[in-house]
Design a protein around this ligand. Sequence first.
Ligand SMILES: C[S@@+](CC[C@H](N)C(=O)[O-])C[C@H]1O[C@@H](n2cnc3c(N)ncnc32)[C@H](O)[C@@H]1O
Length: 469
Amino acid sequence: MHFGFKMAASMRQYLLCFAHEHVEFRLAELRAITSIFGIKAELNDPEYDQSNPFLLLRLPSDSCADKIMARTMLGRFMIEVWGQGNSWTDLRQSLKLYPEDKKAPYNVNADMSFCFRMRTLGKKLGMVEKLAIIEDLAEFLDFKGKVDLKNPEQVFHIYADYGLTPNKIPEQPYKVYFGRLIAEGQRQLEQLYSVKKRHFIGNTSMDATLSLLMANQAQLRPGLVTFDPFVGTGSLLVGSAHFGSYVMGGDININIIHGRGKTSRKGAAQYRGKDENIRANLRQYGLEHLYLDVLVSDFSCQVWREQPVFDAIITDPPYGIRESTRKIGSTKEPTVNEDQAAQHIPSKTNYHLSDIFTDLLNFSARFLRLHGRLVYWLPVCRPEYTEDQVPRHPCLSLVANSEQPLSTTIGRRLITMEKTRHIEDLMDDAAEAEIRDSFYQEHNAIREKVFGKHVREQKMKLMNKSEPR
Ligand SMILES: C[S@@+](CC[C@H](N)C(=O)[O-])C[C@H]1O[C@@H](n2cnc3c(N)ncnc32)[C@H](O)[C@@H]1O
């Protein structure tokens, strides 16, 4: 853990301004990134509430702030704080206390160009109002450089926080901040890797922000090897390769692995075109050199040698809602002769969610290297969720568990685990993953929660009856 709360004298004060999405993932992503670089970050408020988009923290240097911003998908801006307060008057008082020697490199030099940018939260201010605040502060700070709105050498940000209660917008902000912009986060990657413009997609493709966020949770960096056992159209491999990891995947669906079959792209030809596959996606982004391979494989039947080979396992397992949860198997005795086995397409049976998740943890405990990470989505029924539904394994420690609500009842949780022990080091080396709650044992528990009412209504309609209330 790299977050501390004691203030070391050598640390500087920064403000991280988050984007307004994936609120529950903010601290988890920051923790993952600071730990990649071994950055010691100190939160001002140990009780920081993640719904607040402004996070005050202390860092050793600007270069640490730069490293965080070069990876974050959720952080928009990082400023070095020069002043803050509960009113504009407070801000001026606080700016007076900011040491002259720290200010000197940025405002004393008359040749240095600069500009101010103002952002508000919870209230829209008109241009005139904003300009009045900016001019007032500029005069107060007595900056000597030239104002340059297009290519300034230094950018200063002013934030005014009016709170997030729409019906109670105050006249004056609750909190104001002023500081020097250090860097912007990686929000532009959402556009660069947008699935709308991607060569090969399907109805299960994960959006770019979440794929990159998962790669941050897995702490990917150049030279590592990432595996997605339910690879689908490979969107998680794109996010992983962006951070320099080699990537590979497996999927039971032969069509998806070979880029065959019907396309799910709206308005496109009915069947996938030539070269519409995962490798071509990586090529599209100049990442093909990081593509190792993808295999047609059923995750319930392991084909790997008993060696920890992966640095990270990142995946979005099937929930049985948009795609089936199937594995190879049959209740009947096999009737295929050995000489016909190569051409034989085996029959499939249900792959229960509880088995998918316990297989995933057992696999990760075996095939991750020590301190490698498993990052995956766990679907949940929000009103019924308890921590006992989160799968556990004695070799894997839970690092983060953040919810993405999808509706009032359905959500999914991004689970991050780290391998902290080898199986052979356990007293009981036959130890297996477990899920304490029985929720996932009912095969289509999640599907039933999503479609149950709808399906019942349809049946009622067919029977010419209305749904009982
Ligand atoms: C939620 S999707 C993954 C989507 C993927 N992240 C993407 O970018 O498209 C789950 C995938 O698991 C695959 N799958 C289902 N059962 C499987 C099994 N027994 N073994 C391996 N893959 C399986 C499905 O074919 C599907 O592509």
